[in-house]
Design a protein around this ligand. Structure first.
Ligand code: GLP
Length: 247
């Protein structure tokens, strides 16, 4: 894992957006895995700015979202469909036919999940997966004890309404060719310490990223507060050769 510590979520998100933008410029038909939650909002805002001001072109990009609530219509204000359109898709030139989000209203959940996995394969696999992290270390909606081999499936949420969701599995997430994790603020400090420096364990689903060949973790000073080797990670990032920037 590459740990990138920035002063605040704005600078961290701009740095993360540059990685996404470099991929999209080099591979205009890139396949992006997208996340919801408050964490990626500044990243999406920066990508929208790059689209408007620098012509960053999303017309050939395909996207797959991590998850969706079961039982919510796409139009429901709490659905992840609504979230993505409101905060990202309506502000860029993405082709709506290339947007994929699990269907929370499906009448056949297993078939819907299998089709989602197949669609990812048909698209050529995910080039870059964007991730947030829950304060308990979950990714997507893979709560603690989720199987590291899991694929897209239904999960029961811990004390949330709605009660069920469809989420990419940890195995699905790990199959992405690269991944970007974002985490900001004190609420994520323990989860980040456990994920980065703790043992790989199903109780901390995000810790599996220690096994990912190309995972970057963009965090602010607050989220980095319990990292024992924070100075080393800062030193490494500051010394990156030019050709490796944003890659
Ligand atoms: C939900 C989402 C995750 C997200 C997490 C943290 O569980 N399914 O993808 O990472 O919330 O949300 P936030 O970024 O708002 O802290």
């Amino acid at each position: 894992m590459e740990i990138i510590i920035q002063q605040n979520k704005q600078t961290a998100s701009v740095a993360a957006a540059r990685v996404v933008a470099r991929l999209v410029r080099e591979k205009p038909d890139a396949v992006l895995g997208l996340a919801t939650g408050s964490t990626p909002l500044p990243l999406y805002a920066e990508l929208i700015r790059m689209h408007r001001e620098e012509g960053l072109d999303f017309s050939a990009v395909t996207t797959f979202n991590l998850d969706e609530y079961v039982g919510l219509e796409k139009e429901h204000e709490q659905s992840y469909h609504s979230f993505m359109w409101q905060n990202f898709f309506s502000h860029i030139n993405i082709n709506p036919d290339k947007i994929n989000i699990p269907d929370g209203m499906t009448t056949d959940v297993p078939a819907c999940c299998a089709a989602y996995e197949q669609a990812i394969i048909n698209a050529g696999g995910i080039d870059l997966q964007i991730l947030g992290i829950g304060s308990d270390g979950h990714i997507g909606f893979n709560e603690p004890t989720s199987s590291f081999a899991s694929r897209t499936r239904i999960k029961t949420l811990t004390q949330k309404v709605p009660r069920h969701c469809i989420t990419m599995g940890i195995g699905t997430i790990m199959a992405a060719r690269s991944s970007i994790m974002l985490a900001f603020g004190e609420g994520k400090t323990e989860a980040i310490a456990a994920m980065v420096e703790g043992p790989v364990a199903a109780m901390v689903p995000a810790s599996i990223l220690q096994h990912h060949p190309n995972a970057k973790v963009f965090i602010d000073d607050a989220a980095a507060a319990q990292l024992k080797r924070a100075d080393y990670y800062r030193w490494v990032y500051a010394g990156k050769p030019d050709w490796q920037q944003d890659a």
